[in-house]
Design a protein around this ligand. Structure first.
Ligand SMILES: CC(C)(COP(=O)(O)OP(=O)(O)OC[C@H]1O[C@@H](n2cnc3c(N)ncnc32)[C@H](O)[C@@H]1OP(=O)(O)O)[C@@H](O)C(=O)NCCC(=O)NCCS
Length: 176
């Protein structure tokens, strides 16, 4: 079957539609300036999915820096992803994640990519597992309604060993 959507970089003219998707499909909402700020700094890792001229999904990421053994480590952080309900299970989130990872790696040289997800969010957890993210641990009561979150991570560079990951992210989680 031919793909019914395209994946492309976010453009500020998409802002209202992306903010709307965020409000409708996620309990974690951000003000418009937060989307624009991330776009300004990391445009290669902020993508949208478009179907018949309509925005039906987005993924927004940022890049953070930590230190390990006195040298900087670049962390890609997937901040938010959502796909319009009637367009789900067509590979759109997978394509968005693949595109964002490509941007994080090729444009920003990240060593690893991480994200938070509600422990009850089975669709998202299985999406991330399928993309080779693994659960590093649980963040008790991470969400504002008291739900726990998993912190999931994927190594990218050779130096992103378990030891490095524990040093830069392990402090955020209780191990399982
Ligand atoms: C999670 C979400 C982004 C997935 O989007 P999607 O476009 O349907 O995902 P894909 O079609 O790329 O699915 C890829 C894989 O993820 C898993 N998956 C997706 N939806 C699933 C579901 N409802 N139940 C179980 N597994 C699911 C499957 O392994 C799927 O592969 P398959 O279809 O070959 O079985 C979408 O459900 C969504 O927008 N949810 C609300 C917002 C949200 O929870 N965002 C994540 C916050 S951390």
């Amino acid at each position: 079957m031919q793909k019914q959507y395209i994946i492309r970089k976010f453009n500020p003219k998409d802002l209202d539609n992306v903010v709307k998707l965020n409000w409708v499909f996620l309990p974690e909402n951000y003000p418009s300036f937060f989307f624009l700020e991330n776009y300004t700094h990391w445009p290669e890792a902020f993508l949208v999915a478009e179907s018949e001229g309509k925005i039906v999904g987005y993924v927004m990421c940022r890049v953070e820096e930590k230190y390990y053994r006195f040298s900087p480590v670049k962390l890609g952080h997937v901040l938010s992803i959502a796909v319009e309900k009637k367009h789900r299970r067509q590979g759109i989130a997978t394509a968005l994640m693949n595109g964002a990872e490509e941007g994080l790696v090729n444009a920003y040289g990240v060593d690893l990519i991480y994200l938070e997800v509600r422990v009850s969010n089975e669709p998202a957890i299985s999406l991330y597992k399928k993309l080779d993210y693994r659960v590093l641990g649980v963040m008790p009561k991470y969400y504002s309604d008291g739900e726990d979150g998993y912190l999931m991570v994927k190594s990218i560079s050779e130096r992103a060993s378990d030891r490095l990951i524990t040093a830069v992210l392990g402090y955020r989680v209780k191990s399982l």
